[in-house]
Structure formats: C-alpha cells, structure tokens
Design a protein around this ligand. Structure first.
Ligand code: GLN
Length: 279
C-alpha cells in the first residue's frame, strides 16, 4: 500500500509517543524531513504526496532507533549550535543550547587576534563558534579523547575554519599563553549519572559527563593550572551545573581571580562562571 507523506508522519509520531519520547511530533517531523529532503512547509503544502518505498524504509528504520531512545542528533548526524551545523557522533557530547550562553559570555570579551584555548573541546562547537564570529583569533582545542578530536577536526573542515586540535589530558600537551581559556568540562556528580535521561546516560560519552564524586573535579584541576596559561588580565570561563556557582566561584577566588561573575541560562539557572587573572 502506498503511504502519503502525512500518513507516514502520523505513523512516526504515534510510534514515538508510544515510546514516551518527549518531543514526539517534532522529532517525527525532523526525521521525515531529513529522509525526504523536505522542509517544514512540505507537510502542509504537499502532505498528500506519496513517499517512495526507499523513503518509507529509511524512515521506519530511523523511527525505530528513536523509539529506542537513540538521540535524535545521532540519527540525523548533526546538531545546530550558535546558528552553525555541527557533526555529532557518539564520541562527543551533543552540543546543548545552554552552552550558547557560555559562548555569548566569551564573545563579550573576545577581540580580534586573541589566542583562545577550549579545554575539553568535544565536538569543537565552542571554539569553532568563537572563531566563526571573530577575526584572526588563534584557537586551540584540547580533549583527552582522540575520537572526539577527529569529530572536532571534521567540524573545522566543514565550517572552513582553522583551529588546532591537540590530544591532551587537561594541560599536559598545551603550550604558550592565552587571553581566553574556556571550558565546558564534565560536571555531573558520579552518583547522579544513573538519574540522567536515557538519551544522555546511554548515548553521550560518559567521559564527557562524569565530574567525579561531587562533580567538581575538573574545575579544581583546571583552575589550579590555568594561571600558568593565561596572560595577565586573561579570562577563564566555565560552564557549570545549576548548583555549582558558589563552589566554582570560591575556587576561583582562592586562586586569585578577580571580577568573578555568574551568569544564568534561559531557564534562570546559574550556568556560567568567569573571572580575570591579574592585570
Ligand atoms: N549539561 C550537560 C547535561 O546536562 C552536562 C554537560 C557536562 O557535564 N559538561 O547533560
């Protein structure tokens, strides 16, 4: 039996609803658009058109994966962030909208020609966005995961941006000094990981999430070392979990940072802490 575009969409949405997928309607539509090469108007304007057998088969396979709680972005293969398209695979944390706040905060201080270090770069989305929206900055992204760095490099190539990606356990293989160090490190307390959504818990890399016993391991380590890698007057920016502002600000204060500032995300939760070293 020949199915129409609209019928196939309704079927996909029902499957996702039955599987308790939060955004069933949206995900069903986005997957269908990807398979058919259509946009959001197509459902309204051409919903009665039949789909091909291949489209039907590919969509059914995608819906089956999404119903099994594979993240939408792993099926599509990309996520938009700061208006740019980033390739994602299970080797990198899927870029989150909250992290755009971190990029926007950095951009308030970013000047052309600065040297930027992105610690725990993952997909490269933070560093590459900063490079896209500035001129002649030098960007270095490090990560402990070689597989993540391969994705970051691919993203730089796709966006036609020049950045250096370095395999490094924190600062181990980092040289020189920077005006800006930015990081969205793993910050989930280990005991909270079983509580995360299945999409996150089972599909984002654990090494990108697990911040140790209290979730703060990476902040302590990075704050301790960053001083050696910041020019006088250089800035350190972190994404943080909603209840970590006080602890992270405290560590920065102890380490001698000034102008320590906490910013909230669009849900009103603390999301970014920044401070200036000397100068
Ligand atoms: N914000 C992410 C989440 O809630 C965690 C990212 C991180 O640990 N850096 O899943």
């Amino acid at each position: 039996m020949k199915m129409t575009y609209r019928e196939l969409y309704s079927w996909g949405m029902d499957q996702l609803k039955k599987a308790d997928i939060e955004e069933a309607a949206l995900d069903a539509r986005l997957l269908l658009e990807e398979v058919c090469g259509t946009d959001r108007n197509y459902l309204l304007s051409h919903g009665e058109n039949p789909v091909t057998e291949i489209q039907n088969r590919d969509y059914t396979a995608d819906i089956t994966r999404r119903a099994a709680h594979v993240p939408l972005q792993h099926i599509l293969g990309y996520q938009e962030f700061m208006g740019l398209k980033f390739k994602v695979t299970p080797d990198v944390l899927i870029p989150r909208q909250d992290t755009e706040i971190l990029v926007e905060e950095v951009m308030r201080f970013l000047h052309d020609g600065m040297r930027i270090l992105d610690m725990c770069t993952g997909s490269g989305c933070i560093l590459l966005s900063l490079l896209r929206y500035s001129n002649e900055c030098e960007g270095i992204g490090c990560d402990i995961s070689e597989k993540a760095l391969a994705v970051a490099e691919e993203n730089a190539r796709l966006l036609d941006l020049a950045a250096d990606f370095v395999q490094s356990d924190l600062f181990e293989n980092v040289d020189g000094k920077f005006e800006i160090i930015v990081s969205n490190p793993p910050y989930i307390p280990a005991k909270m990981i079983p509580e995360l959504m299945e999409e996150v818990r089972e599909h984002d890399p654990l090494t990108a999430l697990d911040g140790g016993g209290d979730g703060l391991d990476f902040y302590r380590k990075i704050i301790k070392e960053a001083e050696k890698y910041l020019y006088s007057g250089g800035m350190l920016f972190f994404e943080i979990g909603y209840d970590q502002a006080e602890a992270v600000s405290g560590y920065m204060k102890e380490a001698g940072y000034q102008d320590i500032t906490v910013c909230k995300d669009l849900s009103g939760l603390d999301r970014v802490v920044s401070g200036r070293m000397g100068g």
